[in-house]
Design a protein around this ligand. Structure first.
Ligand code: AMP
Ligand code: ZN
Length: 108
């Protein structure tokens, strides 16, 4: 049997990862190997491989990812100092986990 996707497992709370925020569409948790003082991953509950695989019906998910990033930056107190948001897309773009996720890094 094929092993289940790691981020699907986290979103379904099948692993002990601490979830900082959750709603109907997504979950937010800390990156295990932070690239900045604050490094969050904003992850849709729906399994979508990468930005390349988005369809028209995924527009609400994409919108929610960005609005949640903004809210999380504010909540974590890094909105004023500034932060970066990015998606790695496929291997050439540095993607290692093939379940769509938005990186939020900041807190320098
Ligand atoms: P990407 O290279 O865009 O696919 O990013 C995958 C990210 O997931 C990396 O920054 C990893 O450090 C992070 N990561 C891998 N496993 C876990 C995990 N179990 N919990 C939290 N973050 C993870
Ligand atoms: Zn998945």
């Amino acid at each position: 049997m094929k092993k289940k996707c790691l981020f699907c497992q986290i979103a379904n709370r099948e692993t002990p990862t601490e979830i900082l925020f959750e709603n109907d569409l997504l979950v937010v948790f800390k990156d295990i190997k932070p690239a900045a003082p604050l490094h969050l991953l904003i992850v849709p509950k729906k399994h979508i491989r990468s930005i390349n695989d988005l369809t028209e019906s995924d527009r609400p998910i994409l919108s929610e990812l960005l609005m949640t990033a903004k809210d999380m930056a504010e909540r974590q107190g890094i909105a004023e100092s500034g932060y970066r948001l990015f998606f790695n897309v496929e291997r050439g773009g540095g993607q290692l986990i093939f379940h769509l996720h938005l990186h939020l890094i900041g807190g320098w």
